[in-house]
Design a protein around this ligand. Sequence first.
Ligand code: ADP
Ligand code: ADP
Length: 237
Amino acid sequence: PSMLRFDSVAMRYPDGTAALDGVSLQLPRGQFCVVLGASGAGKSTLLRMANGLVTPTSGAVHVEDRRLSPAALSAIRPRIGMIHQQFNLVLRASVATNVLSGALPGLPWWRAVAGLFPEPVQRKACMLVAAVGLEEQHLRRRASELSGGQQQRVGIARAFMLDPPLVLADEPVASLDPQASHDVLALLRQQARDRGATVLCSLHQVELARAFADRIVALRHGRVVFDGPAQDFDSRV
Ligand code: ADP
Ligand code: ADP
């Protein structure tokens, strides 16, 4: 039983760009899979497709064996934690509000203003903030006051509020320094190890992929050119 499955998906944008072409992948539970590829290879398109933000022009995507269709989206979305390259935080809101908004996918962030949540939900937010390496005193700070690495930790805590079995991370470390990049990838890998989450993460750095991933899928011009254990990936191919 796979957590996420792409069956011969292709994506051709309205302007004719073929971003993906005949991609088939199956991700089991608990796997940390990195999609590697240069800019324009199709990584973002693949991740957006896994979240229903992009509909394939042919082929199908299944999450937990359920076909990702517009009608199924509202049931599937809460099962997916999404982490973004630019963090996508509400910068003027507090860290607590940003994290708590992860408990309300699809609703506006201001519904998450602290105090509207039952005690267990607030405790969960505090626990996650600690788990990603932030301090309790950060909870009341505005997100804008944090460094990039800290903001991405907030984005991760937000994505984990509903214990999603599928985590999608689109270039989560592209704007972070090397230390913060390592910390963020270690947190993602931990989700796979500790909780059995399936993590699909795009990167363009070969060495980070080799250091952290269980599996590497390399894309070039929208096609899979390597798919195997991370240690078998040869960057000279
Ligand atoms: P960089 O340009 O980031 O220093 P590389 O030159 O090693 O990294 O690789 C550039 C891109 O070429 C990678 O992101 C990947 O898309 C592709 N690539 C490199 N090695 C392989 C391989 N063995 N199989 C498939 N694609 C590869
Ligand atoms: P990556 O994330 O690996 O950089 P993308 O999935 O963003 O790759 O892009 C793959 C290809 O699709 C690129 O040629 C890109 O220019 C093109 N592309 C991405 N989004 C769109 C869009 N909305 N309309 C047209 N072309 C797009």
